[in-house]
Design a protein around this ligand. Structure first.
Ligand SMILES: [Zn+2]
Ligand SMILES: [Zn+2]
Length: 299
């Protein structure tokens, strides 16, 4: 095990067996980022404060959602005057990802600076490509995982899309609360035909017109003179969509009240009218829904 920061060590699963080393370094906390239960590797009478994040070292694994919790755990060890061992199997990818995230948040470092610092201490670290992306996103969201942040929502959806259709059903917490069954002062959108409320403004996952879009726009401009625009709202799944999504990779999205065709969903993604590819895609056409300002409604 190697000291990375004040009170923070990085190591391997084998380090759990080295009781002398742990005692010598005054380790009080053990953070296991591993698919193997660390309890099997530790002596039965261990007195460590432990946290186990059960993940495989795969690019599709989600560590971003655990970064803040792990930070808090490490911080508790350090501020309590103890030390923490962060380990996975080889101490190269999963534990290195969590330690890098800690360095970023603790010292206000960019991903590249924090990762560079870790690499000078432990040369063989090599976080997998998925974890690297997650660390970049962690930097982009200010090292604070906000579950209502559109970037984070899009990330969660992508993680589910990668596992679909083996997953067969969408995790419940991924669906936004049905705005027809709850009240809010937020701007909402309703079915143009029957006025049933469909989604809130905070459910819109907007996208920017990237390089792909400008290439597409250029191509289009040779035979079309109008501006390239988005003609759909791309949103997070809302509770009323659940029956339509069940076991399907793609399909139509109909109004749950009147059956009006509102749009479509495709887990493997779809191209917006502006040229941007969105994965996964849950889109409702602008001309099928109306915006409503809740505060102006008098009933
Ligand atoms: Zn309707
Ligand atoms: Zn668009």
């Amino acid at each position: 095990m190697l000291l990375v920061d004040h009170g923070v060590f990085i190591g391997t699963a084998a380090d759990l067996n080295d009781r002398h080393e742990l005692v010598n370094h005054s380790v009080t906390h053990i953070l296991s980022v591993d698919s193997v239960d660390p309890a099997l590797l530790l002596p039965a009478d261990d007195v460590f404060c432990r946290k186990w994040v059960c993940v495989l070292d795969e690019a599709t694994s989600d560590l971003l959602s655990h970064m803040d919790d792990c930070y808090t755990f490490i911080q508790q060890a350090v501020e309590g005057g103890g030390a923490v061992l962060v380990h996975c199997q080889a101490g190269r990818s999963r534990s290195a990802t969590i330690v890098t995230a800690y360095l970023m948040k603790r010292h206000g470092l960019s991903f590249s600076k924090a990762y560079e610092k870790l690499k000078t201490i432990k040369q063989d670290v090599q976080v997998n490509s998925g974890f690297e992306e997650q660390l970049c996103m962690y930097e982009a969201i200010g090292c604070e995982v906000d579950f209502s942040c559109p970037l984070y929502k899009q990330y969660r959806l992508n993680k589910v899309a990668e596992k679909y259709p083996e997953l067969e059903q969408v995790p419940r917490e991924l669906f936004a609360v049905d705005p027809a069954h709850s009240s809010s002062s937020e701007v909402s959108y309703r079915c143009r035909k029957c006025s049933r409320t469909l989604f809130r403004q905070s459910s819109i996952l907007s996208h920017s017109l990237g390089d792909g879009a400008s290439a597409f726009a250029y191509k289009k401009s040779s035979n079309l003179s109008g501006d390239v625009q988005c003609t759909s709202y791309f949103i997070e799944p809302v509770q009323w969509m659940e029956p339509a999504l069940l076991g399907k990779m793609d399909g139509q999205l109909l109004c749950p009240k009147c059956g009006f065709k509102l749009g479509s969903f495709r887990w493997f993604g779809d191209q917006c009218s502006c040229g941007r590819w969105v994965t996964p895609s849950f889109q409702l056409h602008h001309n099928r829904v109306d915006e409503i300002q809740r505060l102006n409604i008098k009933r």
